[in-house]
Design a protein around this ligand. Structure first.
Ligand code: BDR
Ligand code: CA
Length: 320
């Protein structure tokens, strides 16, 4: 039995890795790709989603989403991570302009949820603006999804910091208001956070092996991974690419790869800790706080990195 997926994304190098992982997985049925600002502006992330769809023969329609956060100006694009074109400035071979579907992304999320009640997992690996817009337009959408799995947040597990500030992760920092709406809505949310994604690294040797075994997708992934790895090498001394967005996909395919912790999650909206995610661990007792009466959500606190890397390689290779 396959799981129906909506993939909300800001491609993005690691977003591309995640999208091709979804497309290759026999466990997943990709119903739609919805785009959002983040790693680049919305025209660029949407162009990249359409490019990946065409180049790799994906069937799912692409819906263009929000060009800016719910209630603040958009942060500058992280061109030093994902390049000016969002895909590491590799040449987009054979690029042909194509248009997204006419419907906005948040409406597509609502309509698909209504048409498939209780069946869809929404995997969101960019700023959560489209999800926030969907909740505002139709709050019942929170009762119609099987679950929401995001790549986002940094909970300081084992002293791990954020990646855009000492306490904030990029996707949450790029729209803290939307993220807080998502965590406090009555749908089951799992945050696959930096605490685990920074523990899963695709080394240059791993990427070379993927190129050798996973056909055209493997070659493309190896190519776009090189500027991404250069960023991590220069900044963090990591040899390879952190597996952020594909880790959220891996959670849907095999949650047993992760250790989790339950509790209400809130997002700091302003000040020096803007975008920080904080969980009140279920069962711990405090005085009255902003976490009271909020839905209990799930965060990841540990990962079987080798198992995840093996799942990714096995999936990509089998589909080649
Ligand atoms: C997240 O931010 C984006 O740059 C990546 O695509 C990933 O979704 C990592 O913090
Ligand atoms: Ca992303």
């Amino acid at each position: 039995m396959t799981t129906k997926i909506i993939f909300d994304t800001d491609p993005g190098i690691d977003d591309a890795m995640a999208l091709l992982f979804i497309a290759a997985s026999p466990a997943l049925d990709l119903l739609a790709v919805t785009t959002v600002h983040g790693n680049a502006d919305i025209d660029t992330t949407t162009r990249n989603a359409l490019y990946l769809k065409r180049r790799f023969g994906l069937d799912a329609p692409v819906f263009k989403g929000a060009d800016a956060p719910l209630s603040r100006p958009r942060n500058p694009s992280p061109t030093f991570v994902h390049g000016d074109n969002g895909l590491g400035d590799v040449e987009l071979t054979g690029h042909v302009d194509a248009a997204p579907e006419a419907k906005p992304a948040h409406q597509a999320i609502i309509d698909l949820a209504r048409a498939n009640p209780g069946e869809i997992v929404l995997v969101a690996v960019g700023p959560l603006t489209n999800l926030g817009l969907a909740l505002r337009a139709d709050p019942e959408v929170a009762t119609l999804l099987k679950g929401v799995v995001i790549m986002g947040g940094a909970f300081g597990v084992a002293g791990k910091p954020g990646n855009v500030t000492p306490v904030a992760e990029a996707n949450i920092h790029n729209d803290p208001e939307a993220a807080d709406l998502v965590f406090t809505a009555p749908w089951p949310v799992t945050a696959v956070s930096l605490d685990v994604t920074t523990q899963v690294v695709m080394s240059p040797a791993y990427m070379d092996a993927l190129e050798a075994s996973a056909g055209p997708a493997g070659a493309f992934l190896n190519e776009i991974s090189k500027p991404y790895a250069a960023f991590y090498g220069g900044r963090d001394g990591i040899i390879g690419c952190c597996v952020h967005d594909a880790a959220a996909v891996a959670f849907v395919i095999d949650p047993s790869l992760f250790q989790t912790r339950r509790g209400a999650v809130r997002v700091i909206p302003d000040g020096i800790a803007t975008g920080q995610t904080l969980q009140k661990v279920e069962g711990e007792l405090f005085g009255p706080s902003a976490w009271d009466d909020q839905p209990v959500q799930t965060i990841t606190v540990g990962v079987d990195a080798e198992g995840l890397l093996a799942l990714y390689a096995r999936t990509m290779t089998a589909r080649a």
